[in-house]
Ligand binder design. Structure first.
Ligand SMILES: [Ca+2]
Ligand SMILES: [Ca+2]
Length: 621
């Protein structure tokens, strides 16, 4: 029986040698030995007048290792969804899938590769991003231009290229990121998160990447799929990690699945354009209305960003498979998930689970821009007694920055930071919260604190010693400024990194190109980040904080091996602290060494803390 099958398959292959150029396949290939071995292939005939779902359609596979389980016809007959199953024992090979009607010469054939798994099998990649890491956020169009030949790509809708306007493209790319990985490593960075790199073939405002038009193809102005793979490899070579920015909630309105949808409910349809209410409360409010909840989840983010219908099983498979495919293809280590709270949360749990099943160490953190710790905890693994239980590993911790750091550092209100951290009992693992001073959507921290150098130093000191996964936005280490608001809205926080373009007069990637102050903040960051790299107490230890007193705030990071004491005076005047008050944690130690200046203080003394100062002290016997 087996032999006959083999003969049939091989003769079939020989008779039909040329492949159709017209069938697009998503995902384009898969791997042998994956847990996710039942794959739903989305096929599309890219010729306007041709259909794939012909009458009396027959679909064949050239290999018994890839079985066609089900052929799904959908409303749009130019599409087909094939459920295939890959044998657990399959060897890497190229399978030919053929589609045909009654007449033999009308067969359309395409190759489908079953590839060997990426080297390391999920150990050398998919490593997860944890509190041990220091993550750097880059908007690739604005960081460095490593390839001038891809600045404008013929045929793409946005043909702008003008660095004088923040609305237009600037030419930065993946090669520019690769060229500066050693700079980042030197700074102490261990993980790089890029705003989305997949194709955004939109007519305007394409700098941010959140309006994807093809989720499987790297934007040609940033590079190619191959170059993105190289970026992953180059990061791993340096012991660093790749974080991919996923957008599951929406896509760009020029996405091919919106211009030519497989079915009407691929996106959420409303009788008239309906925008989300941007309100997280209806999702957990016991008094909330279904109408508000529906508007929140199914309403569109903007007119240019149609809302994907994740309760449609075809959409769900498309998104989940794209996620797994990206990890294996590019060597992704962790995910940042955009607009998490606008997604179907049950779908998000399924998607996260599929990734965690395939890659046990992988992590994902969601953008949960909400106000209130309980609200934030709802969207992540938590200790709440709510009906819905999220399996999300981490969140972008907007409470830490907005309700904790801003009041503490801008106004000297340390109590606010103390209170925010005291609410950590709501999180299952607050160490997984991603903390930050700034990102691509909010005012740069240096501008937020009125370009007060001491306040920036305090902020960075806190960022690198508080609990959580610290994230730094590109350029903060060289005093980049930019405030959100006004006509430019978020564009002032998306300026170019000076030195990323060969025509730049200043090059702040080198110490010679930086001013004294810029070098001071760069070295401040580098010193603490590199201390942190070897500090078990900060990376994974516990936090103990003391109620702020007399304008000062003191917390400890500690484990069985190490104790680090962080002392802050956020006020305008020198303050005295009596260190004996902290005996619960200083017991057994006699000295404290400042990890930046190496100055040593006795622990049985009073310390005079200058105004606007943070001291990070390692305790010694
Ligand atoms: Ca370029
Ligand atoms: Ca939505």
């Amino acid at each position: 029986m087996k032999k006959i099958f083999l003969i049939l398959y091989s003769s079939f292959f020989i008779l039909n040698f040329s492949f159709s150029q017209n069938v697009e396949v998503y995902p384009s290939h898969w791997w042998v030995g994956m847990k996710w071995n039942k794959v739903q292939l989305m096929l599309r005939d890219n010729r306007p007048d041709f259909i794939l779902a012909v009458d009396k359609l027959v679909v064949r596979s050239s290999s018994p290792d890839l079985k066609i389980i089900k052929v799904n016809r959908v409303e749009n007959r130019r599409y087909l969804f094939l459920d295939v199953e890959i044998s657990p024992n399959a060897k890497p090979q190229s399978v030919t899938i053929s589609l045909g009607g009654v007449i033999a010469n009308e067969w359309q054939k395409f190759p489908f590769e079953l590839k060997p798994r990426r080297t390391g099998n999920g150990t050398a990649f998919a490593q997860g991003v944890y509190s041990q890491d220091f993550m750097y956020l880059i908007m690739p169009d604005r960081f460095a231009n490593g390839d001038y030949s891809n600045d404008k790509v013929p045929g793409m809708r946005d043909q702008s290229l003008n660095r004088d306007s923040l609305q237009l493209r600037h030419g930065g790319d993946l090669q520019g990121v690769i060229d500066h990985l050693d700079y980042l490593k030197d700074l102490g960075i261990t993980a790089v998160w890029l705003t989305p790199v997949m194709e955004n073939d939109m007519p305007r405002r394409t700098e941010h990447g959140y309006a994807m038009t093809n989720q499987y193809k790297v934007d040609p102005r940033l590079g190619t799929n191959e170059l993105y793979k190289t970026l992953g490899d180059e990061l791993h070579k340096r012991g660093m990690k790749l974080v991919q920015d996923a957008v599951y909630n929406h896509m760009g309105s020029y996405n091919f699945t919106f211009l030519d949808p497989p079915m009407k409910d691929w996106v959420h349809q409303w009788p008239a354009y309906t925008q989300t209410n941007y309100k997280d409360q209806p999702l957990f409010d016991p008094h909330g209305s279904e109408a508000d909840k529906k508007k929140m989840v199914d309403g569109w983010f903007t007119r240019e960003m149609p809302d994907m219908n994740q309760s449609n099983p075809y959409v769900a498979n498309f998104l989940i498979q794209q996620a797994i495919w990206s990890v294996e293809e590019f060597g992704v280590d962790g995910w940042r998930i955009d607009t998490y709270i606008y997604c179907d949360l049950d779908f998000m749990n399924r998607c996260n689970k599929a990734l965690m099943d395939e890659y046990p160490r992988i992590t994902m953190f969601g953008e949960c821009w909400v106000t209130g710790t309980a609200n934030e905890a709802y969207f992540v693994q938590n200790n709440l007694n709510s009906k819905f239980k999220s399996n999300l590993v981490g969140v972008t911790d907007f409470q830490w920055i907005f309700n904790g750091i801003y009041p503490a550092i801008k106004e000297g209100k340390n109590d606010n930071l103390y209170e925010v951290l005291s609410n950590d009992f709501l999180y299952k693992e607050p160490l997984n919260n991603v903390i930050f001073l700034d990102n691509h959507d909010i005012t740069r921290f240096y501008s937020e604190v009125g370009e007060d150098f001491d306040k920036l130093k305090m902020g960075l000191g806190c960022l690198l010693t508080s609990r959580g996964v610290p994230e730094m936005y590109y350029g903060t280490e060289v005093l980049m400024t930019g405030a959100k608001g006004g006509r430019q809205f978020d564009l002032n926080v998306r300026k170019d990194f000076p030195g990323g373009w060969k025509e730049d007069v200043q090059n702040k990637f080198t110490s010679a190109g930086r001013t004294e102050k810029e070098n001071e903040i760069f070295n401040w960051t580098k010193t603490i980040a590199n201390f942190r790299k070897n500090s078990s107490a900060i990376k994974t230890g516990k936090l103990m904080q003391y109620a702020p007193q007399n304008g000062t705030y003191v917390y400890f990071r500690y484990d069985g091996k190490q104790t680090v004491m962080v002392v802050m005076n956020t006020g305008d005047k020198e303050r005295t602290i009596d260190v004996k008050r902290f005996v619960e944690r200083t017991n057994g130690f006699s000295k404290a060494r400042n990890i930046v200046t190496s100055a040593t203080n006795d622990l049985d003394a009073e310390w005079n803390l200058p105004a606007k100062t943070i001291w990070i002290m390692e305790l010694n016997k």
